[in-house]
Every structure is written in structure tokens, then in C-alpha cells.
Design a protein around this ligand. Structure first.
Ligand code: GLC
Ligand code: CA
Length: 543
């Protein structure tokens, strides 16, 4: 196959080790054709904004043809673009322009399940039990006298049983929505298909993949019951990351990634893959990473940490220790399209925003790769009061918990919603932005020195250029501090950068770390040093 997008970035084999990667939730980023839905042409127009923000790469959420039952994580064709988002040509244009601006592109790969509209599942539906068509998915006979009960007790992550019965009596597995049937990764045909899909996008010039539900591909032989959920009354999804479930993190899943790595490595440049994986311990999560498997796995412990110095310190130490063992960079994530935005998690309102800004400086000072979720650079909060009838998350229908509040379109400019999301005269955006977002728009924050946007720009610029924050300085040294204060130093080339985060209830006096480079809330000078306010962070430099 020919390489359609030969534009390559300057080779830097280690780019992913210290990159700041910006997650674009395509549907909510920018709308070029005015139908109220973000699209690839909209993203293309806004690429200069992302270059100026100072990130190194973009991760694009799924834009493939899809009935959009789960925001595109239900893929009907792995080798095309949904008309809602544009065409393959639009995609190629995004790659070419992004590369020209020095931005790498990672796409989302959804291998655990297809859409029920995928031709394979359409064929499986009408094929006979035991047929090769059904062997691409996980079909099983039911229990009970006449097979009227599901084959086992597995629950969907979105709530309810993980099995749906077809008219001929057989049941199919869906760990997520019934419109997302799980593929059978023990079938060589499935493996061959995805190897080809990887090549399809690598040939088009992508720099990597984010692997959706990377821990889910292999299910335990014999499909055994989970069992203990019933004993404790917990939903099985609450055990995720605590207990091994028979449908997650099975040892044989690693065989699959060992066949993917040589494919990635066979391409010029440095192509990478990051796993969205959940495992019961950091050690088991680390098994996804290595020179013969994937480059990274998201560490969600940072995102789950409470607003407390202890909690952050523990998570950081564990993650960095693992990173040394596996020889791969840690990933830091504060928000994504599945989680409540961190401004809101940290208390919402002015307090939540102050803390979120401090957390950004904490994350961006740590060694490893930082993943930013679109809108966090604007300090966007979760939208908690979306009208119920507009919510689209399939999980909401099954459990009442909705992820729509972090997926509201980005405010770009102007006085009224949807704030320049589309061209003038556009349809309403697919989710409405609140009136309070006028002040949070990109235009409203640009050039305003104490805005969240300018804070991110400054921090990302320092991160890119400061030797103490480069890959060569992979260690942090904790400073002796009062409880409630986090302070760590990274040094290189004769300079030392110290990040101080004040999570106590009094301003913290610091004198010993040099001069401030950036602060999440203005510092005041005192004696020969500075006061870091409560719920604030600052970077200091000593040469
Ligand atoms: C991942 C995605 C999430 C999706 C699910 C099923 O967790 O991040 O948005 O609903 O997989 O594909
Ligand atoms: Ca559109």
C-alpha cells in the first residue's frame, strides 16, 4: 500500500515519553458546516489554536461510521469517516496540516466490540448458531430449562446483563451497550482484520493509537460466573481495578499486543500506542507496557486521587516506581470524556477552578506524558444541569449516570451559546453550552494574563523548553515540607525546577527554591521569599 501522507515530523524517537497530548472529542470540538456537531474540517481550522496552546500531539476520539449509540465507540466501519464528521479526505487534510504545524495525531481504535450495525454482526444475526459468522463474536447458549437465562452472571459496564438473546435462542455478549457486541479475539480472523486496520491508519500517516478497553479483548475460557458481586451487592463495574474479572485483564490479552508492536515498529518515525486498560494492581497494569507490547497505559489513579497532599503523593510515587521498572513513561490524566471534569470534582465554582489550575501545574511538572482533555485549558466545569431529554450517553438510560456533562461543545468566542462552535447562523450545538461559558471562551481568555488558557500556554511552553522538565530529567526529589504541601524538584543542565502545591489551609512560605516561573494564583512576596496561597501551585527555578 502507498503512504498517502508521507509528511513526517522531525524524527524524535522518544517524543511520546514526555509529550503533552490533547484529547479532541471530535463531536464537541469545532463545527465547520454548521449542523451543530463538531467535525474534522472544524478541527482542521482550529489546529493553529492547538499549536499555539503548545501541545505535542492530539488524540482524536472515534470519527468512524457509526450509529452513534455510544458517541462513536460503536464502530460500523473501521476504515472510513462518518459523514457526520466528514470524509477520508478531510482526515488526510487534518494529518497533513497537523504535521506541518508540528502536531502528531493519535486515533482511537475500538477492538473490543463493533457496532451491531457492522456488516459482521449483521451477518452473524441471521447466520446459524455455530456458523463462522457467529464465531467472530461471543455467542453462547443460555441457562435454565430452555436456555431462557443468560449464559452467566456478567454485567454490562453500562448496567444490566451483558447478554442479549436473539430470536433463535442464542445469546451474544456485550460488555457495554447491546448495540456493541463483543468480538471473539480467540478467532484468527478477528486478529487478521485488526492487524489490517492498524496498517490502514498507519499508511495514512497516524502517529499512534489509543486502544479502547485494551484489557477486555480476551474472556476467560468457559465464560465462568463472576460470583462475588452477588455476595456483596456491588455492581461488577465497581470491582474494576480491584478484583480480576473473568472478562477483563486475562493473561492471553498480551499475546495480541505482542503481534501489534512489530506492526507499529515496521513504520518509519516513532509510532506509539496507549492502552485504556484497567487492572487490579499497578503491577498488572504495567504488563501492558514494554518494548514488545504497548508504549503506555493510562494511569487513572492520578485522576481518582482526592484533593489531598497524601493522596497525590502516594499515587505519584507508585506510578513513578512502576515506570522505572517497566522502562516506560508514566501517563498523567486529570480529565477525559468519561469522567466528571476536574474543576467540578475538586469542588466546583471558584474553589474547584483554583484547585484545577493548581492540579494542572502539578501534572505538567511531573516526568512522563500528560494527557489533557479539550476544554480543561479553559477551566470548563462539568455541566450538571443538562436537560434529561438531551442527554445521549447510553449509560444514562441504563444507570442514570451520564457522561454528557463533560462533552458539551467548546466555547470559542462571542456573546451567546454556542459561542462560535460553528459558523454564524449554525444550528444549535448537539448539547447546549451554559450562559456562564461566555467568559470562558477562547477569545475571552486570550491575552488575559491570569486566565486559565494563558496559564496552560505558559506552563506548556516552559515544559517544552526547560531542561529540568525534559526526558533527561526523569526523577523527582521530594522536598521536606509541612504536611499539606507538595514540593518536588527536577534538575538538569545545572538548573533546578521545583513545583510547590499548597493543599493545606494556610499560605505556604517558600524561600529556598529560587524565582517563580509561573503560578496558578498570584504569589505575594514575603521576607526573602514568596507565599503560595491555599489551593495554588507555582514553579520555581534555581540556576
Ligand atoms: C471506553 C471509552 C468510553 C466507551 C467505552 C466503550 O471506556 O472511553 O467512552 O463508552 O470504552 O467503548
Ligand atoms: Ca458539523
Amino acid at each position: 500500500m502507498t503512504t498517502r501522507n508521507p509528511t513526517q515530523l522531525a524524527s524524535d524517537d522518544d517524543w511520546w515519553r514526555s509529550a503533552a497530548i490533547y484529547q479532541v472529542y471530535v463531536r464537541s470540538f469545532a463545527d465547520a458546516n454548521g449542523d451543530g456537531i463538531g467535525d474534522l474540517a472544524g478541527l482542521r481550522e482550529r489546529l493553529p489554536y492547538l499549536r499555539d496552546l503548545g501541545v505535542d500531539a492530539l488524540w482524536l476520539t472515534p470519527f468512524y461510521p457509526s450509529p452513534m449509540i455510544d458517541g462513536g465507540y460503536d464502530v460500523a466501519d473501521y476504515r472510513d469517516v462518518d459523514p457526520l464528521f466528514g470524509t477520508l479526505t478531510d482526515f488526510d487534510n487534518v494529518i497533513v496540516d497537523a504535521h506541518a504545524l508540528g502536531l502528531r495525531i493519535i486515533v482511537d481504535l475500538v477492538p473490543n466490540h463493533t457496532s451491531s450495525e457492522h456488516p459482521w454482526f449483521q451477518a452473524a444475526r441471521t447466520a446459524a448458531p455455530g456458523s463462522p459468522e457467529r464465531a467472530r463474536y461471543v455467542f453462547a447458549e443460555g441457562r435454565g430449562v430452555a436456555g431462557e437465562l443468560p449464559p452467566n452472571d456478567w454485567e454490562s459496564v453500562f448496567g444490566g446483563p451483558a447478554w442479549t438473546q436473539l430470536a433463535d435462542g442464542q445469546w451474544y455478549l456485550h460488555l457495554f451497550d447491546p448495540a456493541q457486541p463483543d468480538l471473539n479475539w480467540r478467532n484468527p480472523e478477528v486478529r487478521a482484520e485488526f492487524a489490517d486496520v492498524l496498517r490502514f491508519w498507519l499508511d495514512r500517516g497516524v502517529d499512534g493509537f489509543r486502544i479502547d478497553v485494551a484489557h477486555g479483548l480476551i474472556k476467560a475460557e468457559g465464560l465462568p460466573d463472576v460470583g462475588f458481586g452477588q455476595l456483596t451487592g456491588q455492581r461488577q463495574v465497581e470491582l474494576l481495578g480491584k478484583r480480576r474479572l473473568p472478562y477483563f485483564d486475562q493473561d492471553e490479552v498480551h499475546d495480541i499486543y505482542r503481534t501489534w508492536r512489530p506492526i507499529l515498529d515496521s513504520y518509519p518515525g516513532s509510532r506509539m500506542a496507549v492502552a485504556e486498560a484497567w487492572a487490579e494492581t499497578p503491577q498488572r497494569l504495567a504488563r501492558y507496557i514494554g518494548p514488545d507490547e504497548l508504549h503506555q497505559a493510562f494511569s487513572f489513579d492520578f485522576l481518582d486521587a482526592h484533593w489531598s497532599a497524601d493522596s497525590f503523593r502516594k499515587v505519584i510515587d507508585t506510578a513513578l516506581a512502576e515506570s522505572v521498572i517497566v522502562g516506560a513513561p508514566t501517563t498523567w490524566v486529570l480529565s477525559n470524556h468519561d469522567k466528571q471534569r476536574h474543576v467540578t470534582r475538586y469542588g466546583d465554582g471558584p474553589e474547584g477552578l483554583r484547585r484545577a489550575r493548581a492540579a494542572a501545574l502539578l501534572m505538567l511538572a511531573l516526568p512522563g506524558c500528560a494527557y489533557l482533555y479539550q476544554g480543561e485549558e479553559l477551566g470548563l466545569p462539568e455541566v450538571l444541569d443538562l436537560p434529561d431529554d438531551l442527554r445521549q450517553d447510553p449509560q444514562y438510560l441504563r444507570t442514570g449516570q451520564s457522561r454528557d456533562g463533560c462533552r458539551v461543545p467548546i466555547p470559542w468566542n462571542g456573546e451567546l451559546a454556542p459561542y462560535g462552535f460553528g459558523p454564524a447562523g449554525s444550528a444549535l450545538s448537539w448539547l447546549p453550552a451554559p450562559a456562564t461559558w461566555r467568559e470562558l471562551s477562547v477569545r475571552a481568555q486570550t491575552g488575559v494574563s491570569d486566565s486559565t488558557l494563558e496559564l496552560y500556554r505558559t506552563a506548556l511552553r516552559i515544559r517544552r523548553t526547560h531542561p529540568a522538565l525534559s526526558v533527561s530529567s526523569a526523577r523527582i526529589t521530594w522536598q521536606e515540607t509541612d504536611p499539606g504541601i507538595l514540593a518536588f524538584t527536577r534538575s538538569a543542565a545545572g538548573t533546578a525546577l521545583t513545583c510547590v502545591v499548597n493543599i493545606s489551609d494556610e499560605p505556604a512560605a517558600v524561600a529556598e527554591y529560587g524565582e517563580p516561573l509561573v503560578a496558578s494564583t498570584a504569589l505575594t512576596e514575603r521576607d526573602a521569599g514568596y507565599l503560595v496561597p491555599v489551593d495554588a501551585a507555582a514553579w520555581f527555578e534555581r540556576r
